[in-house]
Write a protein of this length. Structure first.
Length: 357
């Protein structure tokens, strides 16, 4: 995404980055010039019609360059004069954030109405905070309506907090280890990130969080719940971490609110079921958005090889299981570059023995 913004080529290939696809689609619609935005084969199977239809309602010139409803897209940037658009509240928050962030650039601002249940609200609120930090006038004007005033952003010095989603894998490492203390810089108690909930949730798995001025320290407590239940509707990116950790620790669970996992980098529900079976755990899907495990086991693969499905979180969530289960193999480990490019280096520094074959 950084390279695309720096160079603005006529054809932008964002590979497997769904966030970049959605945010850049909106950005290009209000910019200058004509661009094609595309991605991997999997990206070209991920629907984007909700965002395209919303942008068209605002007056954008966006056309499908391949299959209807999916990338690649041909976008001709121009000023957008329409200001009102409606989206279902249960869509990916990235569609909502993409529209909100271009709101200040619209001639008449933006009034966005969300219908039905609003999922992933913490991610929306995180977007609002970031926009305000850069001078935007944006607010909830009712329970389901957001308004953005038409005024330019202001450049300001900004400290970017570390990523709580990435921190979840270090919580997993602590939970699976007999003894461990991990210091993670750049994380704060009063974080706007919805995934900061990971600190509270891992208390049930025997990991406490000690907050410093500009870092957190993870420590083992030995206090482990007999069963874990949680609705991940507001933190879907944490689901893989908890499915893997709980099963490997032998903790039965029922996790709901996972409907958005089907439209991520891969169908994460199907991927979790398939890869956990390789490790000897039979995870059950029900109601389309619930994963549960009550101790059911099967014969594990002799040398389990985890497929990552072009999904960075599959690689990072499964790697720590070697602490309990011994050697495993991770296919296409480079997928971690999408969000945590130094993940493998950090694991080696922490004492993991990693070899590339």
């Amino acid at each position: 995404m950084i390279q695309a913004l720096q160079h603005m080529p006529s054809i932008i290939d964002i590979m497997a980055a769904g966030t970049a696809m959605r945010f850049l689609t909106a950005f290009l619609a209000v910019g200058e010039g004509t661009h094609i935005i595309t991605g991997t084969q999997r990206m070209q199977q991920r629907p984007i019609s909700i965002l395209v239809n919303a942008l068209r309602a605002l007056g954008a010139d966006v056309e499908y360059a391949g299959n209807e409803g999916f990338p690649p897209l041909r976008i001709v940037g121009r000023k957008l004069v329409n200001s009102e658009v409606t989206l279902p509240g249960n869509v990916s928050s990235q569609y909502i954030s993409a529209l909100l962030m271009i709101g200040p650039a619209l001639t008449n601002g933006l009034k966005l109405t969300l219908t039905g249940e609003i999922v992933s609200r913490p991610y929306i609120d995180l977007t609002l905070k970031l926009m305000r930090d850069f001078g935007a006038n944006v607010a909830w004007i009712s329970e389901n309506q957001l308004e953005v005033k038409p005024q330019p952003y202001q450049a300001v010095p900004y400290y970017v907090e570390s990523d709580w989603s990435a921190a979840s894998y270090w919580y997993e490492i602590c939970a699976l280890s007999e003894q461990a203390t991990v210091c993670l810089p750049g994380l704060f108690r009063e974080s706007p990130q919805g995934d900061s909930e990971v600190a509270r949730l891992f208390e049930q798995l025997g990991v406490e969080t000690v907050y410093g001025e500009r870092e957190v320290t993870l420590r083992k407590t030995g206090k482990i719940t007999a069963r874990m239940e949680y609705d991940f509707v507001n933190q879907p990116d944490l689901a893989q971490t908890f499915v893997v950790t709980c099963a490997v620790m032998g903790i039965p669970f029922r996790f709901s609110g996972l409907q958005s996992l089907k439209i991520k980098e891969t169908d994460r529900i199907a991927a979790l079921i398939a890869e956990m079976k390789k490790l000897g755990y039979l995870i059950t899907e029900s109601e389309g958005s619930v994963l549960s495990w009550n101790g059911e086991r099967c014969t594990p693969d002799t040398s389990p090889c985890i497929d990552t499905y072009e999904d960075h979180r599959m690689a990072m969530a499964f790697a720590p299981v070697c602490i309990r289960l011994g050697d495993i193999y991770i296919n296409h480990p480079q997928v971690v570059t999408k969000s945590y490019p130094h993940y493998w280096e950090n694991l080696i520094h922490a004492g993991f023995n990693i070899t590339e074959e």
